[in-house]
Design a protein around this ligand. Structure first.
Ligand code: PEP
Length: 252
């Protein structure tokens, strides 16, 4: 059975106190469902508070929004995978479009970060996706495959079953404009085929999420596509009641 993953990217919102209040509200509204996991990605300063507020629930996990690939050292402002783990993170986003397009993160950086996450025992959620210009030029699959190959190509032998891939078209993030279920599904199918050809079809395959303006209105329709193993959500995850409703009611 497909185990759905609902990942909430809080971006630069919700400090430790707000994170505690959010999770209290979320837990009071969310009736646990056995077929789904809910992961929260708070800002690094709120990881510990969020991890404490979810600690006795295996279905609720906390992650970090970004890591630096070195484990420790003179890297002012950076957070490493072992440090995030120590604070309570169990996963990390890697290559989110805001990291790539606001902070200039490269494909080579994502490769180092995936390796660092796996070495530390964090689940990497590798984000890939094309810009509007690339989409309009018909380059969606070329871009997505390039990003996948750069981050994890040539790593055969590395246990990647814990990897998660999030297809997030850049033009759909925070814009209110989501990919249609059919469009998302078509790209997911190609991602899955690429992963199976690299990792071997027999191995447990990474989950593939969709992200980009997912909300209460469109989530069920997107998840009705069997190619989608879950969603990565920014804006619509910031309200704990709405997020609880979205996670709970989006049944395929
Ligand atoms: C995201 O931050 O990964 C995201 C998909 O944001 P939004 O849901 O706001 O488009």
């Amino acid at each position: 059975m497909r185990r759905l993953l609902f990942a909430a990217n809080w971006k630069m919102h919700l400090g430790p106190e707000e994170a505690r209040a959010y999770l209290k509200a979320f837990r009071s509204r969310y009736n646990r469902r056995e077929d789904r996991d809910v992961w929260f990605f708070p800002p690094a300063v709120s990881i510990e508070a969020a991890a404490q507020a979810t600690r006795e629930r295996a279905d609720l996990q906390v992650g970090v929004q970004d890591i630096y690939w070195e484990p420790k050292g003179a890297y002012t402002g950076a957070v490493s995978a072992p440090l995030a783990l120590q604070a309570g993170a169990r996963a990390t986003l890697i290559g989110h479009s805001e990291r790539r397009h606001v902070f200039g993160e490269t494909d080579a950086d994502t490769r180092r970060k995936v390796a660092a996450a796996l070495a530390a025992g964090l689940v990497p959620i590798l984000c890939v996706g094309e810009t509007l210009v690339e989409r309009d030029a018909g380059h969606t699959l070329t871009v997505v495959m390039r990003q996948l190959a750069a981050a994890i190509g040539g790593t055969e032998g590395t246990p990647l079953s814990r990897l998660v891939v999030a297809y997030e078209p850049v033009w759909a993030i925070g814009t209110g404009r989501n990919a249609t279920p059919a469009d998302a599904s078509a790209v997911h199918r190609e991602i899955r085929a690429w992963l199976a050809s690299r990792l071997g079809g027999g191995a447990a395959q990474p989950r593939v999420l969709y992200g980009g303006s997912v909300n209460l209105k469109n989530c069920a329709e997107l998840l009705a596509e069997p190619e989608l193993d879950g969603v990565l959500v920014g804006g619509a995850s910031l309200d704990p009641e709405g997020w609880a409703q979205l996670v709970q009611t989006s049944a395929p």
